[in-house]
Design a protein around this ligand. Sequence first.
Ligand code: URA
Length: 281
Amino acid sequence: MRGADLSDLEALAWQIELGADEAIGDAPVNRFEEAKATETPVTEAPAMESKPAAPRGSDVSATTASGAPPGPDTDAHPRIAEAGSLEDLAEMLKAWDGTPLKEGARNFVFSDGLPGAHLMVVGEAPGAEEDRQGKPFVGRAGQLLDQMLAAIGLSRSETDPAKAAYITNILPWRPPGNRTPSEQEAGMFVPFVERHIQLAGPRVILTMGNTPTKALLKTTTGIKRMRGNWVRHEATALPLIPTFHPAYLLRQPADKRLSWFDLIAVKKALGGEEPQIGTPL
Ligand code: URA
């Protein structure tokens, strides 16, 4: 589907944007020739239609048939509540075979920053760079996240909990092709993330984008309505504020203005101002 006037560089940039950012063979393969060689008449529709990957951090709102995000399959989980430390939890999560996502990822991505930091940031899932390095938010979106944190005097490399941030994602494995995880995939990891928050012990939670906001708050309301509003995170009783995902802000820089309000709200809460918790939207 290459446009006639698309340069090779533009076509490459477009493919990377869609998530095709890994070379998996030494030589290019012409799939059109392959298909012709094995062509058979199509008699019925394939059992499962594949959905085009939505850009990471996008604002698309997927809902289940019932309109509610699917709950985790708790029977399939190990005894998460028994994880007594972040190390225990990381080990348990890494060993957990409840999802095939694990097979497609290169590295397990658990967290970065200072456990015990007053702010805990929850993102979506590792991207290509995070998968390579085994650390969350180290690609372009991560650089913007670092700038956002710096704007309110915080850093993931700080050792003072009041000036530090602790960072994780809902998914510890990179979804294939960098696609947005389904609500079901995200839901499977919620019990782990809830325990993760309890063990890390922040004072305030900042969710970035639709995936962590919907998963942790168990809502189907999208980030555009949720952002900037303080809500109580039920599982931990902590104040939580959603904001836009930095990957979204890279595509929509005009919305950085709104994130700035959210960051100011975080700064005030960390400074001791009581967050004005509203009714969940
Ligand atoms: N986007 C995320 O949500 N998390 C990462 O770690 C990187 C990009």
